[in-house]
Design a protein around this ligand. Structure first.
Ligand SMILES: Cc1cc2nc3c(=O)[nH]c(=O)nc-3n(C[C@H](O)[C@H](O)[C@H](O)COP(=O)(O)O)c2cc1C
Length: 197
């Protein structure tokens, strides 16, 4: 098997990239994995940060009313989507002018981005303009679910590239395979930097 993790940064131009990873992720009871302490998307976000040398910003809800049981969370998110809610997140996104590429990740919720991502897209429209946006998600079977086209629609002044979809169960239970999939995808995008990972 080719060692994708050994690719040299100087051969793919990744050293010219300044990557920010913005993500949202939940712990508690999740589909197919029981009760988890590190969110599925958080695991993938951390892989991306390690492999690109990028900075990371988690969208943490300002008021965290999200239930910790799966059925209740499923229903809560459904209502949030129906209401087209824009939940606030804590803190400020780092200065986007410092980055060439922003990787944006979340769990698929009802075949869409969780509403807090739309809060982020709308609040940072100007800062994101002209950047390369790289979507990634974890899911329980529906893969990317059109998150890439939804991102392009929400951020029309950006360039949206190929996204990555990782099964939530794999994020929890097959970390090495997931890291390899992440590395392969980053290499294709010219973002793989840390060969020692
Ligand atoms: C509210 C809600 C809606 C979901 N909708 C979908 C869906 O439409 N398609 C899918 O494949 N998985 C769906 N899932 C499963 C999650 O995308 C999956 O478990 C994900 O890995 C959770 O990631 P996290 O731990 O980062 O929050 C849903 C889960 C929740 C809680």
């Amino acid at each position: 098997m080719t060692c994708l993790l050994c690719a040299c940064a100087s051969s793919n131009g990744a050293e010219e990239e300044h990557v920010l990873i913005v993500y949202f992720s939940r712990t508690g009871e999740q589909a197919g994995v029981g009760t988890i302490e590190t969110g599925n998307t958080a695991i993938v976000a951390q892989d991306i940060a390690a492999l690109t040398g990028g900075d990371i910003f988690e969208l943490v809800p300002e008021e965290d009313n999200y239930p910790l049981t799966y059925d209740a969370l499923y229903e809560y998110a459904c209502q949030e989507k129906e209401a087209q809610a824009r939940p606030a997140y804590k803190g400020n996104v780092p200065d986007l002018s410092a980055y060439t590429t922003v990787c944006i990740g979340a769990p698929v919720w009802h075949a869409d981005w969780p509403m807090i991502l739309y809060t982020f897209f709308e609040a940072n429209k100007e800062g994101l303009a002209g950047k390369r946006l790289v979507p990634f998600c974890t899911h329980a079977g529906s893969r990317l679910s059109g998150l890439d086209s939804k991102l392009a629609k929400a951020c029309p002044d950006c360039r949206v590239t190929e996204g990555l979809a990782i099964l939530g169960e794999d994020a929890q239970n097959n970390p090495e395979a997931v890291q390899e999939a992440v590395a392969k995808w980053l290499k294709k995008l010219g973002l793989l930097q840390n060969r020692s990972q």
